[in-house]
Every structure is written in structure tokens, then in C-alpha cells.
Write a protein that binds this ligand. Structure first.
Ligand code: UDP
Length: 471
């Protein structure tokens, strides 16, 4: 019984998994004798990239083990909604999770159980076993202010967010219009809304909340969290800001990769990189608009393009088809662009690209990993949110932290070629662009200082580990 174990229970989507694995590596670096068990359940969607990622990191750190929980059959009437599945599958796994914790604790002392917010159903299990339970919030401190304050919003509002035309005054962050709140919260009667509210309230009862950010990046939000303003009706658990946790090490060979080779031929800080996370897709009409905007901007660019979603009128399942760039982009576009731009299909090594000297700007969907990667590399952003909490992130990044400009969007999310052209030019050459360029360089310096010896993130991480010893 002498050994110690920390159990991590991530959501198996790449955007959540990667930073949880980085947390595991950090624990290993400072406490190599602690065993870290990462529980993996089936993802509620195609898992190609998750499986590939786990295969790459599996076995590279001796104390970290991926434990794949056995497959179970979903009840036939189970909701097919992504968020319902993300919360619902861990709930079905509760009995297996319980038995797994018992089995681990027969051999070792479980010092901490760390849950992704989608693994919220497991909170009751680990609490019932009296195990110290923490949440790992894979986004930043500003998002966490909203997440924790959701309980208060719920208790003081009777209408669904979709029916409100107001700005929410959430401690620690700029006012957020109802339409910029995560869409999954729009309908008060939906399962996803209830799951988020329940998670918000459980997080408040946990032993601590870990977030992927750092003090110098989101100071006001962190102050509000630590002053207890986001949980006004009760105590706030300790908040640990231990980021930026960025996945390195599994990138590509620079002499082999077409993006990196192409970037080598471009002038310093001249290229705008466009990439929209692991799930961002655009309709053909929007792809064409981006293409026209980029062409007219006259800027160099590197653009990751995915298959448009199935077109209701003409096709039933274009998602499965090989991406045909000529069919998606304006006629003659690729030929006219020549060496001034590179369009790559589906996936590019984003981290290495952002770190390349030729990249001077990043059009991003404001996913949190992408945001931290851009901040770390000192690359200013154009915010083009698509899903999850990204519209809220845009507000934080543009209005509060001032490291991004925003594209103008219609209410259905459409962005015109003019807006693309204008913002790209502004970011790369304009006055507003210069402000965000300087600001992000400052933040990049702060990010590096935060994770260095005695930096704020390292101090928070040591406090987190200290809390396990005390418990
Ligand atoms: N990513 C990448 N290449 C791509 C698209 C995404 O390497 O073509 C990586 C990106 O570097 C980031 C992650 O996938 O680490 C996306 O996470 P994020 O939180 O930004 O967005 P999500 O995919 O969760 O919406």
C-alpha cells in the first residue's frame, strides 16, 4: 500500500485529452514515483485522431498508463446529441468506474481523482469512495468564471438564454451578450443545459479546480475566481492555474512536411495561417468567400481546408468523400495564388506552424488549445468562433486580453470576403494589428515566465501537489 496513484478521467476528444496528458507528464516530471492512470472511454464520435494520439504517447513515460475501460452497449433509445453523449456515456460507465477505482485502491493509495467536466457523473462515485476529487477545466480562467457563475445565472433567471436579449454581468470578465454564451446552454429544458448546471454546482463542491491558463494572461478573471465572486453563495475551492499546458513532442519532421517546407521559402512574419480546430468545417459558399478575401488581401497565407458538410440540396454525404479543392474553391484560385499561398487538406501540424518564423498571423476558431499555442508562439489572432465556448472566448481575447481582432459575422455566422480581406490586412499591416501584435508578444513572454522555475503556474502546480500530500 506504499505507492501513490493519481487517476485522470478525461473526455476522449483530442482538444480535451491533450492537455490532460500534459498534466500527467507534469506530475511525472516532479513526482516520478507517483503512478498516473488515465482512464479512456469510447468517444461519442469517430476516434481516429484520439486513438492515433494515444498510440503516440502511450509507453513514452513509464509512470503513465492508459487504461481503456471495456466497451459497453448504449441503450437503443440513447440520445445521439453530441453533448448528451459526452455527459451521458461517463454516467453509463459509473459502475465500471467504481470497480476500477476499488481495484486501483487495493494496490495503491489514490491521492486524487481528476475529472474532465464531461466526466461529471463520476463525481458522485469518487465522492462516495471518499476520494479527493478535482476538476480539470480544459479552457481558461475567464471561461471558468462563466462556468462557475452559471449556477447563479440559473438560480436568478427563469427564462432560457436563447430568449434573452441581455448582457450577462459575470464577475471577472467583460459583459457577455446572451447570443455569445455557449449554444448548448440556450435551452433551459435541454439535457445539456441541466448537465452543465449540475457540473457547475459539483465543481464548487470539489477539492479544487485546475485550469489551463496562467496568471499574467487572465489576471482579472483569476482575481474574481479567487475572491469567491463567481460562487457568491458558498465557498470557492482552490483554483490552480498551471498552464499553458501545450502538447509538444509529437510533431512532424520539418524536412518532410509540405507546410513547413513551404514556410521556409516565405519571408519572416509574412504568412497568415488559417486553421479551425479539430472539428471546424465550412459550407462551400463560405470557403469561396474566404478564398476571395485572402486573394484580395494580397497577403501570403497557409490555409487548412476540410470537406464542406453535406450539402442538403445536392449531396447526401460529402463528409466521407475525398476533398476536391478545385470543386470547393473559386475557379482558377489555386493557379492565381501560385507560391503566395498554400492550401492543405484536412490537417496541418499547427504547433510547428505557429512556431515558424514566417508566420505572422493566425485566423482561429478560438478553441482554447489553439489560443494558448498562438499566445505561446507570440502569433496575433483573428477570432472566428465556430462552436462550444468559442464566441465567449472571442469576447475575452478581443475585448479583455486584446490579443485578437474579430471578423464581422452575420447572425448565422457568415463572414464576407470583404471582412476577411479587411481583417487580414489590418492584422498584418494595420495600426490595430500592431497593437495586438505587441500585446501577444508580451503575453508570450509572460507564458514562458509562468511555467519557468518559480513562475506562477509552477507555484500553483506545487500547491496542487502539496494538497494531495495534506489530504
Ligand atoms: N490541430 C492541429 N492541426 C489541425 C487542426 C488542429 O494540430 O489541422 C490541433 C491544434 O494544434 C490544437 C488542437 O488540434 O492543439 C485543437 O484544439 P482546440 O482546443 O484549439 O480546438 P478543438 O478542436 O477542441 O475545437
Amino acid at each position: 500500500m506504499g505507492s501513490a496513484t493519481v487517476v485522470l478521467y478525461p473526455f476522449p476528444g483530442i482538444g480535451h485529452l491533450v492537455s490532460m496528458v500534459e498534466l500527467a507528464k507534469l506530475i511525472h516530471t516532479h513526482h516520478p514515483t507517483v503512478s498516473i492512470v488515465i482512464l479512456i472511454i469510447p468517444a461519442p464520435f469517430e476516434t481516429g485522431s484520439t486513438d492515433k494520439y494515444i498510440n503516440t504517447v502511450s509507453g513514452t513515460t513509464p509512470s503513465i498508463t492508459f487504461h481503456h475501460l471495456p466497451t459497453i452497449t448504449l441503450p437503443p433509445d440513447f440520445s445521439s446529441d453530441f453533448i448528451d453523449l459526452a455527459f451521458g456515456i461517463p454516467e453509463l460507465y459509473n459502475p465500471i468506474f467504481h470497480d476500477t477505482l476499488i481495484a486501483i485502491s487495493e494496490k495503491s493509495t489514490i491521492k486524487a481523482v481528476i475529472l474532465d467536466f464531461f466526466s461529471n457523473a463520476a463525481f458522485q462515485v469518487s465522492k462516495s469512495l471518499n476520494l479527493p476529487t478535482y476538476y480539470f477545466y480544459t479552457s481558461g480562467a475567464s471561461g471558468l468564471c462563466e462556468f462557475l457563475y452559471l449556477t447563479t445565472i440559473h438560480n436568478t433567471t427563469s427564462m432560457s438564454i436563447k430568449d434573452l436579449n441581455i448582457y450577462f454581468d459575470i464577475p471577472g470578465v467583460p459583459p457577455i451578450h446572451a447570443s455569445d454564451m455557449p449554444m448548448v446552454l440556450f435551452d433551459r429544458e435541454s439535457n445539456s443545459y441541466k448537465n452543465f448546471v449540475n457540473t457547475s454546482s459539483n465543481m464548487a463542491k470539489s477539492c479544487g479546480i485546475i485550469a489551463n491558463s496562467f496568471l499574467g494572461f487572465e489576471e482579472r478573471a483569476i482575481d474574481a475566481l479567487r475572491d469567491g465572486k463567481c460562487i457568491p453563495d458558498g465557498p470557492t475551492p482552490p483554483i490552480y492555474l498551471i498552464g499553458p499546458l501545450i502538447a509538444g513532442g509529437n510533431q512532424v519532421d520539418p524536412s518532410e512536411n509540405e507546410c513547413l517546407k513551404w514556410l521556409n521559402s516565405q519571408p519572416s512574419k509574412s504568412v497568415v495561417f488559417l486553421c479551425f480546430g479539430s472539428m471546424g468545417v465550412f459550407k462551400k459558399e463560405q470557403l469561396r468567400e474566404i478564398a476571395f478575401g485572402l486573394e484580395r488581401s494580397g497577403q501570403r497565407f497557409l490555409w487548412v481546408v476540410r470537406n464542406p458538410p453535406p450539402d442538403d440540396e445536392n449531396e447526401s454525404s460529402s463528409g466521407a468523400k475525398e476533398l476536391d479543392l478545385d470543386a470547393c474553391l473559386p475557379e482558377g484560385f489555386l493557379a492565381r495564388i501560385g507560391n503566395k499561398g498554400l492550401v492543405v487538406k484536412n490537417w496541418a501540424p499547427q504547433l510547428a506552424i505557429l512556431g515558424h518564423d514566417s508566420v505572422g498571423g493566425f485566423v482561429s476558431h478560438c478553441g482554447w488549445n489553439s489560443t494558448l499555442e498562438a499566445v505561446d508562439a507570440g502569433v496575433p489572432m483573428i477570432a472566428w468562433p465556430l462552436y462550444a465556448e468559442q464566441k465567449m472566448n472571442r469576447v475575452f481575447l478581443v475585448e479583455e486580453i486584446k490579443v485578437a481582432l474579430a471578423v464581422e459575422m452575420s447572425s448565422d455566422g457568415f463572414v464576407t470576403a470583404e471582412s476577411v480581406e479587411e481583417k487580414v490586412k489590418e492584422l498584418m499591416e494595420g495600426k490595430e494589428g500592431r497593437v495586438v501584435r505587441e500585446r501577444i508578444l508580451e503575453m508570450s513572454g509572460r507564458a514562458k515566465a509562468a511555467v519557468a522555475d518559480n513562475g506562477s503556474s509552477q507555484v500553483d502546480f506545487f500547491q496542487l501537489m502539496q494538497s494531495w500530500t495534506e489530504l
